[in-house]
Design a protein around this ligand. Structure first.
Ligand code: ADP
Ligand code: ZN
Ligand code: ZN
Length: 735
């Protein structure tokens, strides 16, 4: 007897390989293809998996193999190119293929729903239906009633309308369809697009050079870095390149940071192009997401715009990928399958042989290094589009200033000047709440979280203490729990405190605070941003939510209240991040014809990095930071893999990592180092102790080879089941 075909099925489970199953019975081999989803029994659970391969034999005895319960799809939901991408990503990020595939599918497909959802169905009479006389259906009263009703509704009806009018209409409707009297149409779930697109503005010289450079290579892989400050016209460049891509009947995928996918941006695309736009983000319903995914896959949506996970959206005719604000950390998935959407996007561009454009005012050091190595081509937009001018930067030395709740006297004066001149003022502080610490004046007790190695933040509006690491919350004590003193001091400043100080000092000035506490309700951030646009608020105080992507044309002054936070962090990327933040926040000022100023408050005006940034700009600072990274053997001059472990019991994570280190050490080749294990910078968080082990290698292939060998053995270690552990390739945060 010829041996049966074996299906290799990827199933979301923390095991690195796929699983062998037999086909269902009866089933012909021609109907089985990689990329189809199947229902299987996995242990005692029913799970939805995906066929990744067909084989003629299994290393498992076929007597012991189970049969697939059901093949869900007639046609694959993923093509070979997509499977190849995910298999590559699974290997690169050392993450189980089943989980990788699962995170690349919309939830409804992951859950095993029918793949063919495409918006809503509508039923409509066919030409034949209109030619039919009602009495021909008189022996089937329900069909006849539906028929008569559809005749009155020439636009057709959807299920909701039919449900209101008829009971049990579906069977009768199916009969009408099979008789050819009624046809089913599908409406799209995509937002209505403009029927009269706006015309594109004439490009300035630099924009034109950029558009020409990209468009001259539309049918081949190349990586471009479009470097320009906010307002320099990057989005306009994307739009005009996409215009070219559409004329070639190809699709464009645009990835934006989480906070960058605003209704304004979507609108700008909608107004420019008279084509359906598939928008993908985490806030949408499962069926809208599924629909957008399908429209992208079929090619019905020529433009796809989405956040991180949209990098997996399949395209029928890929033509271009854009990653806007490529330096943004939200492109890195921080749990589960820890991929970087920008890096996967570059891989995809390679795969499809199409160009990719990475846009940013502040490209990350990895990207700048790629430019240096001539892997990426830089395109500069040195000027601001339109008439606006670049802002001036100024430092205020806090050491010699009278401070008013975190704002120097000198800055208060500057704020007054700008308000008097009718400008808007934006103040930026990356710390929400009223005060980051509550301190007993008598005995020195500080309020700290029981579950974390951190202080509780005082929130005055609700008079409570909150942990910003685990969310724990409690009322503010009236007395010190140690010495019963009532002299409890709120030490340091958060946005809430700055806001109340400003309200005292600027009595008649409308002030708005924007941070996670004031924007919890859905839609409230949009509403507040709109009010700012309309000029309803004169002083804006906020956290980094305010630092990204938004247009604030009326803002003439930006104050960064505490630059020092970034200068002394243990994270080797802290200075890079700080510089990006300063440049990005500065980009909020002086967008229209009013010139902008930026004021930085610091206790370290002589700090060399800060000075380099102020005198030489972002490029000069990055050059120095790169030299430092090279000397220290840090990325981009080395490649990192971080093994993290955590557990409610204190010693388990370190013990597990010691065991892992013992496995790794004999395999280390020259050029690869092992650092640790060490407890995480914040060892205890949300009641769990955390530790980490860092691998660094000058050669990526070496690191991968090592992990290919060791990773499967990690799960076998004696403490592997006691600790929760994960492997992070190219970690962006080392905690
Ligand atoms: P960025 O994406 O770099 O922030 P945008 O493309 O959003 O820049 O451009 C900033 C502003 O300038 C927008 O209001 C845009 O409409 C306008 N703009 C961009 N390019 C031009 C141009 N060539 N002519 C006129 N206005 C432009
Ligand atoms: Zn006390
Ligand atoms: Zn906590």
């Amino acid at each position: 007897m010829a041996s049966e075909i074996i299906l290799q099925v990827a199933i979301p489970a923390p095991l690195p390989h796929s699983f062998d199953y037999l086909p269902p019975k009866p089933f012909s081999v021609e109907d089985l293809k990689p990329g189809q989803r199947v229902m299987v029994m996995f242990g005692r659970q029913r799970k939805c998996g995906l066929i990744v391969g067909l084989q003629s034999h299994s290393h498992i005895d076929s007597q012991r193999l189970r049969r697939v319960l059901k093949v869900i799809d007639r046609e694959p939901v993923m093509d070979g190119t997509q499977l190849e991408l995910l298999q590559w990503a699974s290997g690169y990020y050392q993450h189980p293929i089943g989980e990788v595939i699962s995170s690349a599918l919309p939830k409804r497909l992951r859950d095993g729903h029918d793949a063919s959802l495409r918006g809503q169905q509508r039923w409509r009479l066919t030409t034949e239906g209109y030619a039919t006389l009602p009495n021909e259906l008189s022996r089937a009263p329900r069909q006849s009633a539906i028929f008569a009703w559809l005749k009155q509704h020439q636009q057709g009806c959807d299920a909701a309308q039919l449900n209101m009018e008829f009971n049990n209409w579906r069977r009768a409707m199916d009969t009408l369809v099979s008789k050819g009297l009624v046809s089913i149409h599908e409406t799209t779930c995509l937002p209505v697009h403009s029927s009269s697109p706006t015309t594109s503005p004439a490009l300035n010289q630099h924009q034109q050079i950029a558009v020409d450079a990209i468009c001259s290579r539309l049918r081949q892989y190349s990586s471009f870095v479009l470097q320009g400050v906010t307002g320099s016209g990057k989005t306009e460049v994307y739009l005009q390149v996409i215009e070219q891509v559409l004329t070639q009947n190809r699709q464009a995928l645009v990835l934006v940071p989480e906070i960058g996918l605003t209704p304004q941006l979507v609108q700008r695309f909608q107004q420019r192009f008279a084509v359906p736009l598939a928008v993908l983000h985490s806030g949408m319903t499962d069926s809208d997401r599924h629909c957008a995914w399908n429209m992208a896959r079929s090619g019905d949506a020529p433009i796809i715009i989405g956040t991180r996970s949209a990098v997996f959206t399949p395209m029928a005719r890929p033509g271009l990928i854009v990653v806007d604000e490529e330096h943004d950390v939200s492109f890195k998935q921080q749990d589960g399958f820890r991929y970087h959407a920008r890096d996967l996007a570059v891989y995809r561009a390679h795969q499809h042989n199409i160009p990719i454009v990475l846009g940013s005012a502040t490209p990350c050091l990895e990207t700048l290094h790629n430019i240096e190595q001539r892997r990426y081509q830089a395109l500069q937009l040195p000027e601001r589009a339109g008439t606006s001018r670049a802002p001036s930067l100024q430092v205020i030395d806090m050491r010699h200033q009278r401070m008013c709740e975190g704002i120097a006297e000198g800055l208060i004066q500057i704020i007054k000047q700008h308000l008097d001149a009718d400008g808007q003022v934006l103040l930026f502080l990356n710390r929400r709440g009223y005060a980051p610490t509550l301190l007993c004046h008598e005995c020195g007790w500080t309020a700290s979280c029981k579950r974390c190695d951190g202080h509780l933040t005082y929130h005055a509006a609700i008079n409570r203490l909150r942990c910003h690491h685990c969310g724990a919350e409690q009322p503010k004590p009236a007395q010190c729990p140690e010495c019963s003193s009532e002299q409890l001091l709120a030490v340091g400043e958060g946005t809430e405190r700055i806001e109340s100080m400003l309200r005292e000092n600027f009595k008649d000035v409308p002030i708005v605070r924007i941070d996670r506490d004031t924007t919890r309700r859905k839609g409230s951030l949009e509403a507040q941003l709109d009010a700012i646009q309309r000029g309803e608020h004169r002083i804006l105080i906020g956290t980094q939510m305010l630092s990204k992507g938004h247009h604030f044309p009326g803002v003439t002054l930006v104050g960064i209240l505490n630059v020092d936070q970034g200068l002394f962090s243990t994270d080797f990327r802290a200075m890079e991040r700080m510089a990006q933040m300063i440049i990005q926040v500065s980009g909020r000022a002086g967008r229209a014809d009013k010139p902008g100023s930026v004021v930085l408050q610091t206790h370290q005006p002589e700090h060399p990095w800060l000075n380099l940034l102020l005198t030489g700009g972002y490029a000069a600072l990055c050059k120095a930071l790169l030299a430092e990274r090279r000397a220290a053997g840090l990325p981009p001059y080395s490649h990192l893999g971080l093994l993290r472990a955590e557990s409610p019991s204190k010693d388990t994570p370190m013990r597990f990592l010691q065991q892992a280190a013992t496995l790794l050490r004999p395999q280390l080749e020259q050029g690869t180092q092992l650092w640790g294990p060490i407890p995480a910078p914040m060892e205890k968080r949300a009641g769990r102790y955390r530790a980490q082990l860092l691998l660094a290698s000058a050669r990526r292939a070496q690191l991968k080879k090592l992990l290919d060998i060791v990773r499967p053995q990690l799960g076998e270690l004696s403490d592997a089941r006691k600790a929760r552990w994960s492997l992070d390739i190219d970690p962006v945060d080392l905690y």
